[in-house]
Design a protein around this ligand. Structure first.
Ligand SMILES: Nc1ncnc2c1ncn2[C@@H]1O[C@H](COP(=O)(O)OP(=O)(O)O)[C@@H](O)[C@H]1O
Ligand SMILES: [Mg+2]
Length: 423
């Protein structure tokens, strides 16, 4: 298929699959109000994309003609350049499957390929762009490297233009969720090493003014040698993107910071600290720290462990009914973290307590966590790099059309081995 012209149409039409439940753990999800009118049928109907004539002209120079093969996994069809020899499914994501593959074009390196389901609108495209740009520009030992990006522009049976995106990444052995579920015995040194690497990745991201926003064990990839690499940046945001919380925050509730639930305006890097605290506590105890079945249960569980909060520590809650909801929990004593975590090392317990502070202003930052004595042995002689490149994730320009954004993304991925393939 050659890129050809179609009638320009409002690119903002269509539903938002971002608002679908974003979890692969079958844990309960809270769907925010702004997402409740989403339905699958609408999503199915809007998978075709419209590109205006100017965009089509601009795309021609990036178009590659690599041979493509089609593969079917359950209901999922993958179109991949022949340099990739696909293997088994290694993950089921919210937007598609993740398979292992061998890269015949690069010394048979084993890779992971994540299919992001058919692009349907500009909201999708921005999510995908964030995920790609973060992995492309944030190169760090503890962030999963992006090796190739494939945008496959195709036509469906009704001759509508459709586009799928594939992210080719270094393949890791497992993820932290699986390690926790396996109840594998780990030493205190392992715990330190895992925590240190998770914090290091976030320290780097935060130095780039990016908040991960969906930090949880399944997004922490891990190898047998305990090397950790953070993945899944689809929910990440630049710190300046102030509307982000209000518009599309659908992350897993268990790891959600109090301010995310109680105050839509309080939007800082500290939300990641809370999530690491929950994930690390879960790793130590092999139990979810705050497994709330719903919004209210979630807040209750948190206060049940942290105890009644001082009034002055609730200043961050701007919504008065949210504030009175929290204030009704009186005379609840703080629980003993050592017992909850079932952990012998008092330094580990102390650090978790400092990550899981209700008031975000009093909660440790990632840097504070790294400087905590628990990680002293890990850090000796090792540098924790900060980001010193340039990355702009501020896509909030309301005037940008789907077509223009598509061209922007194609340009960004043209530096990868494959890039845009047109069938
Ligand atoms: N590079 C990788 N190597 C090994 N497993 C991976 C890799 N990327 C993803 N996975 C597996 O797939 C799961 C889902 O991937 P993720 O990027 O988190 O997608 P989603 O956005 O749908 O959550 C992960 O929890 C992990 O188990
Ligand atoms: Mg994930």
């Amino acid at each position: 298929m050659e890129i050809e012209e179609s009638t320009p149409k409002n690119p903002n039409q269509g539903s938002n699959p971002q608002s679908q439940s974003h979890d692969n753990t079958s844990k309960p999800q809270q769907i925010p109000n702004n997402a409740q009118n989403n339905n699958q049928t609408q999503f199915q109907q809007t998978q075709k994309i419209e590109l205006d004539p100017k965009a089509i002209e601009m795309l021609k120079k990036y178009q590659k003609n690599y041979p493509i093969k089609e593969y079917t996994y359950n209901d999922e069809v993958l179109h991949l350049p022949t340099r990739y020899k696909p293997g088994e499914i290694i993950g089921i994501g919210a937007y598609g499957i993740i398979i292992s593959a061998v890269d015949l074009g690069n010394n048979n390196q084993v890779v992971a390929i994540k299919k992001l389901k058919r692009i349907s609108d500009i909201i999708d495209l921005k999510r995908i762009a964030r995920e790609i740009l973060i992995m492309k520009y944030c190169q760090h030992e503890n962030i999963i490297p992006l090796l190739d990006v494939i945008i496959h522009l195709n036509k469906d049976k009704n001759m509508n233009k459709v586009a799928d995106v594939y992210l080719v990444m270094e393949k890791m052995d497992s993820d932290l969720q699986k390690i926790i579920a396996s109840k594998q015995e780990l030493s205190d040194e392992h715990y330190q090493f895992i925590l240190y690497q998770m914090l290091r990745a976030l320290y780097f991201l935060h130095s780039a003014n990016i908040i991960h926003r969906d930090f949880k064990p399944s997004n922490v990839l891990i190898n047998e040698d305990c090397t950790v690499k953070l993945c899944d940046f689809g929910m990440s945001r630049g710190i300046k993107e102030e509307n982000a919380l209000l518009t599309e925050y659908v992350v897993t509730r268990y790891y959600r910071a109090p301010e995310v639930m109680l105050s839509s305006h309080h939007y800082t890097k500290k939300i990641d600290v809370w999530s690491v605290g929950c994930a690390f506590a879960e790793l130590l105890s092999k139990k979810f720290m705050f497994p709330g079945d719903n919004y209210i249960a979630q807040i209750k569980l948190i206060i049940d462990v942290l105890g009644t909060q001082d009034l002055k520590d609730l200043d961050f809650i701007s919504n008065s009914s949210a504030k009175s909801f929290v204030m009704q929990f009186q005379n609840i004593p703080k629980k003993n973290f050592r017992e909850i975590l079932n952990c012998e090392n008092p330094l580990a317990v102390d650090l978790v307590e400092k990550m899981l502070v209700f008031n975000p202003d009093k909660r440790y930052s990632i840097e504070d966590c790294l400087n905590h004595p628990y990680l002293k042995n890990m850090r000796e002689g090792i540098e924790d790099p900060v980001f010193n490149g340039k990355i702009n994730l501020d896509f909030d320009d309301k005037n940008i059309t789907f077509s223009l954004f598509f061209v922007f993304l194609v340009k960004e991925i043209s530096s990868f081995p494959t890039g845009l393939v047109v069938a």
